[in-house]
Design a protein around this ligand. Structure first.
Ligand code: PDD
Length: 286
């Protein structure tokens, strides 16, 4: 069951007019929210980022936070599975094709749920391969825009090379993955680039940094150079669907001494899994 413009209905019955600006221009924003044990994870943080994305494209939020929370609760109820991932999508609505904003259009609001399939245990043991590519995206990567053509092309490079992710470099610096944030360990220090217009402000990124701080994992948020990436002891990616995943090969070369997941990954992954359990136990439905 999906949600479309005020109605819950089976996916097969849901249609959108061809003049929807999401279809015509990719004029919209989205969110991906993980659901564990039927409870949304970090909901208010995801809704704040949604607001940031909507502000970034000058689109009024069609719902209050309480309304979103209700809709989300209902979509979880209507779908099977303890762990789900929710996709929320808002476009500027249906209007005659013209680049400029339509004077009056009602935003299209779409929500669906899919089973959340986090990486299997073997991948946490072996790690995954990644490649690098130049970051040729636009200058507002902090907006979670549905127009994802650059990300799609960059991610496909990884698939073509039998790798899991493409790590992006801009002006000699690490930005992020095509669909994830990136952390490296260099001189026993966990490093990740700052949240600015060059990267998506990841919710998982925030959780990892909070855990590092709370548990005394030495870390710094600062620019990371290409050479630091290439000579890192450890590399890992974070995202709502992949959680914390170790990258053990970069452009065909082993990462660190032995191309195996390192101690910082193991510690952060353990902390992340424990934190998830704790939050889910403490979760009080609104
Ligand atoms: N993508 N950077 C990019 C470009 C992303 O697309 C994502 C997530 C992230 C990680 O953000 P978070 O930790 O909040 O999931 C970083 C989602 C999962 C997607 O598009 O499916």
């Amino acid at each position: 069951m999906i949600y479309l413009n005020g109605k819950f209905l089976p996916m097969e019955q849901a249609t959108v007019p061809v003049l929807d600006r999401g279809f015509i221009f990719g004029d919209g924003v989205y969110e991906v929210i993980p659901v564990y044990s039927r409870k949304p994870f970090r909901l208010s943080e995801h809704l704040s980022r949604l607001q940031h994305s909507l502000d970034g494209i000058r689109l009024q939020n069609p719902h209050t936070e309480a309304e979103w929370a209700d809709l989300i609760e209902r979509i979880i109820e209507l779908n099977e599975g303890e762990d789900q991932y929710l996709y929320l999508h808002i476009t500027r609505g249906v209007a005659k094709r013209d680049h400029a904003f339509p004077r009056a259009a009602t935003p299209t609001v779409f929500m669906m749920s899919n089973p959340l399939l986090t990486p299997p245990g073997e991948l946490l043991v072996s790690g995954v391969p990644a490649i690098t590519a130049g970051d040729n995206r636009w200058g507002r990567c902090d907006i979670k825009a549905i127009s994802l053509l650059p990300n799609i092309l960059l991610r496909q490079l990884a698939v073509d090379a039998q790798a899991t992710e493409t790590i992006l470099l801009r002006d000699g610096l690490l930005t992020e993955g095509a669909a994830s944030n990136i952390f490296v360990v260099k001189n026993n220090l966990l490093l990740t680039p700052p949240k600015d217009h060059r990267i998506l402000p990841g919710i998982t990124y925030d959780v990892v940094l909070e855990l590092a701080k709370a548990h005394g994992v030495p870390h710094a948020v600062r620019d990371v150079s290409e050479s630091e990436l290439r000579t890192a002891q450890e590399i890992m990616l974070t995202s709502s669907t992949k959680e914390v995943l170790p990258i053990t090969r970069l452009d065909g070369q082993p990462v660190g001494n032995n191309g195996a997941p390192g101690p910082v990954f193991h510690q952060l992954n353990q902390l992340y899994q424990a934190y998830k359990q704790e939050v889910m136990r403490a979760h009080v439905p609104h």
